[in-house]
Ligand binder design. Structure first.
Ligand code: FES
Ligand code: FES
Length: 167
């Protein structure tokens, strides 16, 4: 029997139906067609499915969709505004911090969660924070440089949070 869930995704009210056993990852991708969130392992080990759930970084493959009732979700689709990419997205492009791109949405969301919590992280803090996001292509250095560079740019220019969401 399906359950109706009312939630907020990227600032917009969203209603969906799901089975009690459906994961949030499955509903995002299959029901809501928000396919930016990727599935790697399906077991909480790779970080490809990372989203921000009521302000906390979580693996959507470990979250039941019914838990989204009356909650606020943020996915990679909410990062860019109509006018511009999010500074993290710009920086990932400038630093060539992606190859196949499967890990990229999860890393962008993880980096966004980090910079809200700690706007000027050290390299060690960045590496520790993204240790749950596996990348098979880049070797991580370009990703780390992109995150640190975004942090520097945001602190110098006071760039707004393009998601429009509260830290
Ligand atoms: S797909 Fe969720 S952590 Fe890998
Ligand atoms: S760019 Fe391919 S897994 Fe990270």
């Amino acid at each position: 029997m399906t359950t109706q869930v009312n939630t907020t995704i990227n600032g917009n009210p969203v209603q969906f139906h799901c089975e009690p056993s459906d994961t949030m990852l499955k509903v995002l991708r299959d029901n809501l067609h928000l396919t930016g969130t990727k599935e790697g392992c399906g077991s909480g080990d790779c970080g490809a499915c990372s989203i921000i759930f009521d302000g906390r970084l979580v693996c959507s493959c470990l979250l039941l969709a019914v838990e989204a009732q009356d909650k606020s979700l943020e996915t990679v689709e909410g990062m860019a505004s109509a006018a511009a990419l999010h500074p993290l997205q710009q920086s990932f492009l400038q630093h060539g911090a992606l190859q196949c791109g499967i890990c990229t949405p999860g890393l962008l969301i993880a980096a966004e969660a980090l910079l809200r919590k700690n706007p000027r992280p050290t390299e060690t803090e960045v590496r520790f924070w993204i240790s749950g996001n596996l990348c098979r292509c880049t070797g991580y250095d370009k990703i780390v440089r992109a995150i640190l560079d975004t942090s520097r740019q945001m602190s110098q220019s006071g760039l707004p949070d393009k998601t429009g969401l509260q830290p």
